[in-house]
Design a protein around this ligand. Structure first.
Ligand SMILES: *[C@@H]1O[C@H](CO)[C@@H](O)[C@H](O)[C@H]1NC(C)=O
Length: 457
């Protein structure tokens, strides 16, 4: 934890220095001015120089216009979305990667949902780990900046806000006031999850949250009414079918009438509620997630699938896992140890995660090194994994090559999804290899899509 905190201080957001066009255009007049001062006898050549300068300016204006027109069209949904979350845990963006220019949306995670109940409309400060303006300077100026509200465990204020027609209106007016005050392009609603199965699922039964299934689309409708049609509303939604309590053929069309797109969390699909090993963000279980939304009535082009820029692990049994391996040839589907208290849902410390930016915990270092060296890619389920029989640890994560070569063709292209998102860009610091792979996959898919559109015309 200490290291994370240090990094945040040591890596204050560095502002990337505008687009190349702007820089070039700015540098040229300076040269001309210097020449004018040097010599007044070369008026003719100066005039020619000026003409060239004007031509240059027009050229760069056009280039700039084309570049912004292209970016705008991506954001308007005529291309694939390429979204990153920028998180308070790892608020780091690369400074010199050209891939930054391809990010279409950035979701700042998280702003507490507590800010949106009661009359907060005159509030000036809307606490967040960064500002919208600051975030805007890190990416392409045309990238849309969204404030992500909520997050895992932050459900109480949604439950309060969604309760009645007047609380929904108040909540939504506050959301609109926040968007206005921060200058954001919209919001990402991260209620995990309406209808239950959230962090408190063992202490508050889902039966007490059933009303949320109806209230969720109503809350989204109020938020849309308060924000108007031009702001973006997205929702981060569960990736495990068992958690999709509020996402049925009855509700999904009503949800989609209000939001622009869904970020389907196709990761953490192995969590501590499981009892056998699996990929936490595999191709097949990602498809299962997005297919559930599609069959509930969501148009595929309004779905973004999620990439996780972190590593997951859990403890397995020893003997029965060895037997499983000798029987099936793989440790996929091995029994895990009990990972949470069945009564309280409390974490028993047998599963965990760390991002690519975190240092590997000491007791896991050797085992993770073995996973990195000897892990396999499962072509069938679509995920990189390793079972370390020395420490009885199951490892599951994505490798950059698999993101580009498997995830994009087999998930995004296979279902004609509208985009991809990553949790989160700073989690991939300092090398940003996964972000690089994501951008590569996105570019390939985007190019294929525009080729198809062209051939249809
Ligand atoms: C494992 O979990 C599944 C649900 O995911 C459950 O149906 C099953 O009973 C569990 N098995 C054991 C041995 O706890």
């Amino acid at each position: 934890m200490g290291e994370i905190a240090d990094t945040i201080i040591a890596n204050p957001f560095k502002i990337i220095k505008g687009c190349p066009q702007t820089l070039q255009a700015r540098r040229i007049p300076e040269i001309v001015v210097e020449k004018t001062q040097e010599s007044s006898s070369t008026t003719a050549s100066l005039f020619a120089g000026l003409k060239m300068f004007v031509a240059f300016c027009i050229f760069f204006q056009i280039m700039g216009f084309l570049a912004s027109a292209r970016s705008t069209s991506i954001n308007d949904g005529h291309g694939l979305r390429n979204i990153v979350y920028l998180t308070g845990q790892h608020p780091i963006a690369p400074t010199h990667m050209p891939e930054l220019q391809d990010v279409t949306h950035v979701a700042l995670a998280f702003m507490s949902s507590n800010l949106f109940n009661g009359n907060n409309e005159d509030r000036v400060q809307w606490p967040l780990f960064t500002s919208v303006d600051h975030a805007r300077r890190l990416f392409n100026p045309s990238a849309k900046i969204l404030v992500a509200i909520g997050g895992w465990g932050d459900t109480a204020a949604f439950e309060h806000g969604a309760r009645t027609s007047s609380t929904r209106q108040q909540f939504s007016r506050n959301v609109a006031a926040m968007v206005q005050a921060t200058g954001a392009d919209g919001v990402d609603i991260d209620w995990e999850y309406p209808g239950g199965n959230g962090e408190d699922y063992k202490t508050v039964p889902n039966s007490q949250k059933e009303w949320e299934i109806e209230a969720y689309p109503l809350l989204l409708a109020e938020i849309r009414r308060a924000l108007g049609p031009s702001k973006i509303i997205s929702a981060a939604v569960p990736g495990k079918p068992g958690d999709m309590l509020a996402f049925t053929p009855l509700t999904v069309p009503r949800i989609m009438a209000q939001v622009d797109f869904l970020n389907v969390m196709t990761y953490d699909l192995l969590n501590r509620r499981d009892n056998i090993t699996k990929h936490h963000s595999g191709v097949v279980n990602s498809l299962e997630a997005v297919d559930a939304y599609i069959s509930a009535g969501c148009s595929p082009d309004r779905i973004n699938f999620g990439l996780a820029f972190y590593v997951k692990y859990c403890k397995t049994e020893h003997k029965s896992c060895l037997e499983h391996v000798s029987k099936t040839g793989s440790a996929l589907g091995c029994p895990t140890l009990l990972m949470e208290d069945p009564e309280t849902g409390v974490d028993l410390g047998r599963a965990g995660a760390f991002s690519w930016h975190d240092s590997v915990p000491d007791d896991l270092r050797d085992s993770f090194a073995r996973a990195q060296k000897m892990g396999r890619y499962d072509n069938e389920g679509g995920g990189y994994y390793y079972w370390d029989e020395k420490q009885d640890l199951w490892w599951t994560y994505d490798i950059p090559r698999a993101i580009t070569q498997h995830k994009f063709p087999r998930v995004l292209e296979a279902r004609n999804l509208g985009g991809v998102f990553a949790w989160g860009i700073g989690e991939d610091a300092p090398d940003f290899k996964n972000f690089e792979a994501m951008t590569k996959g996105w570019r390939q898919a985007n190019n294929k899509q525009s080729d198809e559109t062209r051939s249809e015309l």
